[in-house]
Design a protein around this ligand. Structure first.
Ligand code: ZN
Length: 458
């Protein structure tokens, strides 16, 4: 089917490192407390492997998905003037002494010492580090503001009890943006703009989300919002008022009634926090002396905001929300591959029928020409296995479109069997109709927005 000479032009499942382990066998994995559906499915389907409690190897399919999310976030950050940086993983402990957080969040910090006995922490977040960077410059001019710096890097937290796989690990991938403004009014404008940017990111991922008034916790500051996916394993409790559309973390609103309209029949649900925004004011810039030169030439303390997205957590939470107990479902936008092609079993009458055709290759090439499918098609070339067996595996891994070259391939005209996991449709289509079927359709953007978003206005 797929000749050796042309093989390098195709994504082929036989070449993907995807260790399937339905029943965890090795001793290390047996020790894993499997505490959520997404954790179990990701382990079983070879998306992640546990390295130690709360630390995971992310394997090729998982990396492909996370890179798509990273691309999406980079694109949206650039649209709002975000400039990408990479701050050190090791933050000097002294900066956290200055902000006071070395003491307040001490138990969750990984602390290390260098050979000269200087203390560092493995950064869980970088408000101090970035404030210190800005403070180290000669006071910047008000003309350079707002300054919006962000990074996408691993962060660390010494969880007492890591759980839910990638959702509450000791190492995780986070996008953190820090925005510096001349005064609080401008900082609030930035805050709203970045929140809208987050709305767009979550809309693009395509899972219902809720934006709620958040608690500032250890971060401090004046205003905070959280983005949540609703799920039973979520560790936060969200209050929603159906009367006035008020949403808040119960930590800020109390559990019994809506603080906005007094309605006592509020709903409480569990949420997984996937994003958090903070308007911090001078909380970090003042003690770390991050200033700018105002119009009259006076050094003035910068107003700051901090904006986090838990990228590895978004990935796991998305699978938690969408998957069944046995089968992964990805947000189509983040699926490692969007289409898998299943050629007939070696030696079957369908394979013999196709012997002298290049149907698989041409189908692959045509699918790759569809805009949204470019670099997103893979062939399950393990033709020693039956097509039925490979179909069940494809469903478990959750490729949004599964195209099987089954019995109807020998008919005239020949038909392909396409399974759409988003709609549970299964159709037999000729190639041209199939290409039409998998091409993106226009959707009504306004309806989609209303469907996805429920949030408290800022
Ligand atoms: Zn209300």
């Amino acid at each position: 089917m797929v000749s050796k000479t042309s093989a390098r032009f195709f994504h082929r499942l036989s070449t993907i490192f995807q260790p399937i382990s339905v029943v965890p066998k090795n001793a290390e994995v047996k020790k894993v407390d499997i505490t959520s559906r997404s954790q179990r499915l990701m382990l079983e389907r070879g998306i992640i492997r546990q390295a130690s409690p709360g630390c995971f190897h992310l394997l090729p399919l998982g990396v492909r998905s996370l890179e798509k999310l990273t691309d999406l976030v980079d694109t949206e950050m650039r649209k709002i003037g975000g400039q990408k940086v990479v701050l050190p993983t090791l933050t000097n402990s002294k900066l956290w002494e200055v902000s006071g957080r070395l003491e307040t969040v001490s138990s969750e910090l990984f602390k290390v010492r260098d050979r000269h006995n200087h203390g560092y922490i493995l950064s869980p977040t970088c408000e101090e580090a970035v404030s210190s960077l800005v403070a180290s410059l000669a006071p910047i001019s008000h003309k350079q503001l707002p300054l919006r710096l962000y990074q996408i890097t691993s962060k660390f937290r010494d969880e007492i009890k890591p759980r839910f796989g990638l959702m509450r690990g000791r190492q995780f991938l986070m996008k953190d943006m820090y925005c510096f403004d001349v005064d609080l009014a401008s900082a609030l404008v930035s805050y709203k703009e970045i929140c809208h940017c987050y709305d767009r990111i979550f809309e693009k991922i395509g899972i219902n989300f809720v934006k709620v008034l958040g608690s500032s916790g250890h971060m401090g500051g004046n205003l905070s919002h959280e983005y949540h996916y609703k799920a039973d394993v979520g560790e936060d409790k969200i209050l929603s008022c159906p009367k006035c559309n008020y949403f808040a973390n119960v930590e800020v609103s109390g559990e019994q009634e809506c603080p906005k309209c007094g309605n006592t029949s509020v709903e409480i649900s569990s949420g997984i926090e996937v994003g958090h925004t903070f308007l911090l004011g001078e909380k970090y810039t003042k003690p770390l002396n991050a200033t700018y030169l105002s119009g009259d030439g006076k050094p003035t303390v910068l107003q700051m905001g901090s904006y986090g997205l838990g990228l590895s957590r978004i990935l796991a939470a998305a699978l938690e929300v969408l998957s069944s107990d046995d089968e992964i479902r990805w947000p189509p936008f983040l699926a490692p591959y969007k289409v898998i092609i299943l050629p007939p079993k070696g030696g079957s009458k369908e394979e013999i029928h196709l012997k002298n055709s290049n149907l698989v290759q041409s189908l692959y090439a045509r699918l790759e020409q569809v805009d949204t499918l470019k670099n997103n098609v893979i062939i399950d070339d393990r033709i020693n296995l039956t097509i039925g067996r490979r179909f069940l595996e494809a469903k478990k891994t959750g490729y949004p479109y599964i195209i099987a070259l089954g019995k109807k391939i020998t008919e005239s005209p020949s038909k392909l069997e396409v399974t759409n996991l988003q709609t549970d449709e299964q159709l037999h289509l000729e190639e041209s109709a199939l290409l039409d079927y998998v091409s993106p359709k226009e959707t009504c953007a306004v309806d989609r927005l209303a469907f996805l978003r429920s949030s408290t206005p800022i």
